[in-house]
Design a binder for this molecule. Structure first.
Ligand code: AQP
Length: 341
């Protein structure tokens, strides 16, 4: 039996990167799941708190994210869809795992190293401004391990940026199993999303992101056709004639080709071949149409579902009940094993 779990932070409206890198794959997994498979999709509010959040904005984003998950086609009849913060078993297990995880392993996380680098003094590299770093930023990979292990998940569909965190989850599962001479936790496998990372439209050296300051750098699932057109037209490309797929020399152009290929479900080299003798303007026009074709359905469905507050609350409550029931089964064993039954 497969137990598949994945999560998304309620840090804003999902963009094309989230959609192709995660959400559309969740829907595919749901469509192709067998009757035996258990699917869990969670909105990870506790992870969002590792960075400063405006409480009002977070509260809205959290409910909106649930509406988006339904709008893209996840079904509460087929998957357990829930808010992480509705299930305290995650934090209970996270604390126990905190006490088993070597400090050195966390220090090696590239996400942590990037945070440290961000907070270094520009003039004196050896100086870290610790006021920019909270303990949650250091330990959240353990909470992520708990999110997975509390359901004894076997498969975790995530992008390749998550490989190191998933390795840590496996290490922690192994440490727990060895320490308590048990095989409680299966070692979760990564299910790689077929789509590579979608890049920022304004700076193709970084990924498309919900929280990047430049709103023109991402296409949101709520964008209107006019907004999509303006953002794609303003995307950074290059001045080389003709269209070729070369992510190193032509990252902006390659990103547009990748977006188009993801929209039409084609091989990116086949798309590049089609546009070989065309101009960037033609490519951009093709991307605008393809993106609108993908975004229209979720956008319209989101607008409809977000107004159904009673239904959204019901989905959240039922999802939480199912998630808690599953997690409690694991936690009864965990508490017994560690001596806190
Ligand atoms: N640009 C991207 N291309 C492909 N996949 C992406 N993901 C995120 N950005 C891209 C995938 O989306 C899933 C959910 O991400 P998340 O919300 O948990 O956090 P994130 O990875 O940090 O995404 P964002 O959009 O950049 O959010 P913020 O700005 O809040 O940090 C993950 O599976 C991720 O791989």
């Amino acid at each position: 039996k497969r137990v598949i779990l994945s999560g998304i932070q309620p840090t804003g409206v999902p963009h094309l990167g989230n959609y192709f890198g995660a959400l559309s794959n969740w829907v595919k997994l749901q469509r192709e799941a067998s009757a035996d498979d258990e699917l869990l999709f969670t909105i990870v509010g506790w992870h969002a708190l590792t960075l400063p959040q405006d409480p009002k904005v977070l509260a809205t984003a959290r409910t909106d994210m649930l509406a988006f998950l339904l709008a893209i086609g996840l079904s509460p009849q087929k998957s357990i869809i829930f808010h992480q913060d509705h299930n305290p078993c995650h934090t209970e297990l996270a604390w126990i795992l905190n006490c088993l995880t070597p400090f050195g392993k966390l220090k090696r996380m590239t996400t942590w190293k990037a945070r440290l680098a961000d907070s270094r003094n520009a003039n004196d590299e050896s100086e870290v401004d610790e006021s920019l770093l909270n303990a949650g930023l250091f330990t959240y990979p353990i909470l992520q391990a708990a999110d997975i292990l509390v359901y004894r998940a076997t498969h975790v569909p995530v992008g390749d940026d998550q490989t190191q965190h998933l390795e840590l989850s496996r290490d922690i599962a192994q440490i727990f199993n060895q320490t308590f001479k048990n095989r409680l936790f299966p070692l979760p496998q990564q299910l790689n999303t077929p789509t590579k990372r979608i890049l920022s439209l304004k700076d193709p050296s970084s990924k498309m992101s919900k929280s990047a300051p430049d709103t023109q750098s991402r296409i949101l699932l709520t964008d209107t056709p006019a907004q999509i057109r303006a953002k794609i037209r303003g995307a950074v490309t290059d001045s080389i004639q003709g269209i070729t797929y070369d992510p190193v020399a032509r990252p902006g152009t390659a990103n547009l080709l990748a977006i188009l290929a993801a929209c039409t479900n084609e091989d990116v080299t086949a798309v590049a071949e089609r546009y070989r003798d065309k101009r960037h303007g033609d490519l951009k026009a093709g991307v605008v149409d393809a993106v609108e074709g993908v975004v229209r359905g979720p956008r319209e469905e989101f607008e409809r579902i977000r107004k159904e507050e009673g239904y959204l609350a019901l989905v959240a409550t039922e999802g939480a009940e199912k998630a808690r029931a599953l997690a409690e089964v694991t936690m009864r064993d965990v508490r017994k094993l560690v001596g806190l039954a």
